[in-house]
Design a protein around this ligand. Sequence first.
Ligand code: S3P
Length: 444
Amino acid sequence: MRCFHVQPGGTLGGTLQVPGDKSVSHRAIMFSAIADGRSRITGFLESADCLATLRAFEAMGVSFVRDAESLVVDGVGRDGLTPPGMPLDLGNSGTSMRLLSGLMAGQAFDSVLTGDASLSRRPMGRVIDPLTAMGAHIAGSEGRRAPLRITGGRSLQAIEYTPPVASAQIKSCVLLAGLYAKGVTTVHEPGVSRDHTERMLGAFGVALSRDGAALSLAGGQSLRAFDVAVPADLSSAAFFLVGASIAQPRNGAEPLTLTGVGINPTRRGVIDILDRMGADITLTNTREQAGEPVADIVVRPASLRGVDIGGRDVELAIDEFPAIFIAAACAQGKTRLTDAAELRVKESDRIAVMADGLAALGVEVSVQPDGLTITGRPEPHSFTGGQIHSHEDHRIAMAFAMAGLRASAPIEIDDCDYVDTSFPGFVAKAGAAGLVIDAREQGA
Ligand code: S3P
């Protein structure tokens, strides 16, 4: 297992392309696998999470071939998957497990979905409940966690369902099961969640309608092959948006430009929150790429101020809070986050783990059940040096790496192999942009 060492200081500048979007890459694999015909995926994120999805479909008879520019997928059709003959190991990936549970519920064969220790702690009742209501047979382990055992050959009935929380994973799970159900399945969204599933199912030829917060699709539809161009992941870019904002300004220093980043309106909360904090972020060259809006993003250092964050802000920036908390720690005044209890059931309890890490670096934090309050330290050294436990959470590790830009002494972050779940090559890219970081064998 590697840990990160980050030296204090440095700045971020130049042009950087972060890897492909994780959510879009998962869906590109899943939908092309069950489509009729050959799809090409460019910009696919070759991270541990997305490769877990790919391997699951390989185990079910789908062929993936890499050529110079793309991943070529020969779809087997909606009913063409074959029994995997072994449990499908989805590693750390909540998206793989929750979306696949919906898809597997509609298959003719049995399947078992497993994951690592972190994934096996995460709540799965949120997919077991609607799938059971549709007539699926899906059994979790103690506490309704993974492994999930799904019995195939059930006949599914469409449902009308309101998830208990706004979640793209629950919504997508129900819609994918709905493709195999009799009747029209409707999901009433209790809040905003990322809409990549709806966009991409549409691109693959599925008729899906939206009426306000209700999304409906009729069962029995087939998917037709489509070429997906995956944008760079805004969730990975978020660490650099924060890093380039908090780095000390240098005369004549080049700004940081992040190219081809997805700015889907259901995901772009981090840009709007940083904007409200006073960040200097400009979007240029805005365009559309295979049904998703993308832009180049230019970031310069800025003096940030604390803000109140709650409600819809949380839904639109659900994965970006580890990075946003680092920005808040460098801002003038307090940042108060509420309505964010969902952060406690991500890859780690991101409220508790971030609060502990910030406190270890000398930042004043108070924790509430659904959020926290951070008192910013706008001085040049907002953080002391120190030791951070990432709790095997990729986004915790990358967020604290950026704290080095405003630290007075080195920061060491443990268990950083998990960064590969979403951002392979992070150390090289961050180093090329100006962060003084290296990865070492832990305890060496
Ligand atoms: C994801 C949805 C989000 C997000 C996760 C990826 C997706 O989870 O946190 O990293 O690809 O659908 P929820 O929608 O369950 O909040």
